[in-house]
Design a protein around this ligand. Structure first.
Ligand code: 3HC
Length: 687
């Protein structure tokens, strides 16, 4: 019998089988909740049925509450109520877990009276990763089954727990011997009837308080995640599990609602969807080229990182550089990268992987490759002559990619007779670790070529974001502008170490001056020199970093930049700044940390808005993904354009106009933002 759109129930003699079928991941949306509530009602009224089992169709048991319903008006029955009703059902219910039983899915399972899992099953309560906590009894029932210490660790990390560990902890009663959930459900219900599968109500179990485990969790969270709201609330909720169930559930509800109301919840859920939204591009409909071998040109850090990423994904790679010494250095970098992957548990055997690498000191060898990724020196003449040469070498149908970070890919493509085969694949260093891959679609790039870039990203397990051609594409364009805003703040009086500290305290992994030191001050210096001829006269110019470069302070690569090796400010940087202020007649003024962060974020929002308005990014959430997955933007803030929605366009317009009183060239209100302030439109509506 169909109980709701997504839940049905069948009877076989004295047993009932309840099935959830809500693709793709059986999320516990309203129709699942209605169906489960109806199943419990039906069982309570049907005494002839003496045992039941709950299972799900498809690739997984319930992977959580339906995240898409968050922030909308709640609809009865709520998941906590459904879990309570399952638990108090007079008919014993076994739950069959397969795939990834997460969040509300595990809470449903813990509300049942026995849990069996198919081989390979994993479970977890990942709510904390979304800025909330398990709000359907998870913080109360997990400690009852697995103890406080286990529960507080699992709930505050949100990690996925493999079957053997879940079983040892007491979350799973037994491994099912059947291959399919339905067969396992039938067997479990019969085992209940036969008395061979014991059942019990989780809520009836008691909890031994463990204040030591709770204190340790709080200490760890305060040290490692000081800006996050929900992890400490998770600990408070687990602490309440020592109370009677009803009181504990009440505490859990109050804490859950506080998390739901937090802007961090909006940020983290936005980041979850951003990770999945970027591959949705028009070119996804085109057929990608088959890629069986990859050529990488340039054996420097970037080329070696790209080659490592491709090797790790199982491709044979041909690495090209001009000298055997450069190639050997490249191979050593790749070997070190692969050894690192073995240490991190990402790879079993570095030598087998390295065996797929071939070295070639002539470009002609690239004739074999289906995809050629150029990671040579960042100079237009170098790139155009390389692409012109490749045009004569690459086989017909090969895809030619450049890893340029700034240069005009239309111009690079024009150096070949096949611009339709050319695209940008902008990797981020270290290329075998960073998740982001900007896929730069030039004016004449064919949809199949772009689709090949997206297919490659999938093989490399990277997050692909489509960008149009502009100076710096999406990420570096925003980086440049936000860094400039901070250089202006520095010149006007904010110490660079205050700027870094304020931005890091707001959740960024690294402040902009520390990032500059890491990347090398010469990189931005080269860009400034390239832009010098076209720089508008009205643009303020901060030359402290140029002075540092002139003195050989290029950042970490030379031992010092803004900071010395021990992390203290470099006296030469302070002196350069002093000198520049003196020459320009600037009297430094104090900045609050809040003002620094507001300016940093606002500069990003202004540039991001322009990028969307110009069509460089397809949708606002793509820009957020670039910042989140390539530039250390704090996940709980969700990205600059989510922040723009949360702050509100009208407030932003006022703020930018206020800043413009000091510098009307840099701080200009983007017309799109002004329109949005008038209409009340939000970036979210364009995703
Ligand atoms: N709600 C709504 N949609 C969901 C969802 C959820 N809980 N989980 C996944 N989806 C969607 C994804 O957005 C994606 O949609 P798309 O195809 O339109 O882009 C689709 O399902 C498939 O997801 P993935 O691409 O991520 O598939 P994978 O096979 O790679 O991963 C997964 C599957 C491991 C289940 C992964 O999707 C995941 O981790 N999901 C989130 C799990 C989670 O956080 N659960 C807790 C939810 S909060 C909760 O339960 C609150 C409760 O305590 C009250």
């Amino acid at each position: 019998m169909q109980l709701s759109d997504t839940v049905d129930l069948t009877t076989e003699g004295e047993i009932a089988l309840i099935r959830i079928d809500n693709p793709p991941v059986n999320a516990a949306g309203i129709s699942v909740r209605e169906g489960l509530a109806a199943a419990v009602d039906w069982l309570a009224q049907t005494p002839g049925i003496r045992a039941a089992a709950l299972y799900a169709a498809g690739r997984t048991f319930v992977a959580g509450a339906d995240i898409r319903e968050f922030g909308k008006p709640p609809q009865d029955p709520w998941l906590p109520e459904v879990c309570n009703r399952l638990e108090s059902c007079p008919t014993p219910i076994a739950c069959i877990l397969h795939g990834t039983t997460l969040g509300g899915g595990l809470e449903i399972a813990m509300g049942c009276h026995a849990r069996l899992a198919l081989p390979g099953a994993r479970v977890g309560l990942p709510e904390v990763l979304l800025g909330i906590l398990p709000g359907a009894g998870g913080t109360q029932r997990m400690p009852r089954l697995a103890g406080v210490a286990f529960a507080v660790e699992a709930i505050t990390t949100g990690r996925q727990i493999p079957l053997h560990e879940a079983r040892a902890a007491g979350l799973i009663d037994a491994e099912a011997t059947e291959d399919m959930p339905e067969a396992a459900a039938r067997a479990a219900a019969h085992a209940i009837l036969a008395g061979t599968l014991p059942t019990r109500r989780t809520g009836d179990l008691s909890v031994t308080p463990d204040p030591g485990a709770l204190d340790a969790a709080r200490t760890r969270i305060r040290a490692r995640q000081p800006h996050l709201f929900s992890p400490l609330k998770c600990v408070d909720a687990v602490e309440a599990a020592s109370l009677p169930l009803d009181a504990g559930l009440k505490t859990e509800r109050a804490l859950y609602e506080a998390c739901q109301a937090s802007p961090q919840r909006a940020g983290l859920i936005h980041a979850f969807f951003a990770e999945r939204a970027t591959a949705k591009v028009p070119e996804a409909a085109a057929t990608p080229h088959d890629i069986t071998s990859i050529g990488v040109i340039g054996a420097g850090t970037m080329g070696a990182g790209i080659a490592t990423a491709c090797l790790l994904a199982g491709f044979p790679v041909l690495l090209n550089d001009r000298s055997t010494e450069a190639l050997e250095r490249g191979r050593n970098t790749i070997r070190a990268n692969l050894d690192g992957a073995v240490k991190r548990g990402k790879l079993d055997n570095a030598e087998d992987t390295l065996a797929r690498l071939d070295l070639a000191d002539t470009l002609d060898a690239m004739a074999k490759a289906d995809l050629i990724i150029e990671a040579a020196f960042e100079d237009m003449t170098v790139k155009t002559s390389l692409f012109a040469a490749l045009d004569g070498i690459a086989r017909p149908g090969a895809v030619l990619a450049t890893n340029t970070s700034y240069l005009d890919i239309n111009q690079i493509a024009a150096a070949t007779s096949r611009p339709e085969a050319v695209l940008g694949l902008h990797f981020f260093s270290p290329a075998h670790v960073m998740k982001l891959l900007e896929i730069v679609v030039a004016d004449r790039t064919a949809p199949e070529t772009a689709a090949t870039g997206f297919a490659l990203a999938k093989r490399l397990r990277k997050i692909p974001v489509r960008s149009g051609v502009c100076d710096g594409f999406i990420g570096n364009r925003i980086l440049r502008s936000s860094r400039l805003a901070m250089e202006y703040a520095m010149l006007d009086g904010a110490p660079f170490e205050q700027i870094d500290a304020a931005i890091e305290a707001a959740g960024w992994a690294m402040g902009p001056f520390r990032v500059s030191d890491l990347a090398g001050l010469d990189i931005a210096f080269a860009q400034r020199k390239r832009r010098a001829a076209t720089r508008p006269a009205a643009e303020r110019y901060v030359d402290t970093p140029d002075r540092l470069c002139a003195q050989g302070f290029l950042g970490r690569k030379t031992g010092a930049g803004y900071y010395l090796e021990d992390g203290t400010p470099n006296p030469a940087a302070l002196a350069a700044l002093e000198a520049e202020r003196r020459e320009k007649g600037l009297a430094p003024r104090p900045f609050t940390d809040a003002e620094i962060v507001a300016r940093y974020l606002t500069a990003m929002i202004v540039e991001a808005t322009q990028i969307v308005a110009e069509g460089i990014a397809l949708k606002p959430i793509d820009v957020d993904a670039v910042l989140l997955f390539g530039y250390g933007f704090p996940r709980h803030l969700g990205g600059p354009l989510l922040q723009a929605d949360l702050i509100g366009a009208a407030t932003l317009v006022d703020r930018i106009e206020d800043y413009a009183r000091e510098d009307a060239h840099f701080w200009q209100v983007p017309p799109r933002l002004r329109d949005m302030a008038g209409t009340g439109a939000r970036f979210e509506d364009e995703n």
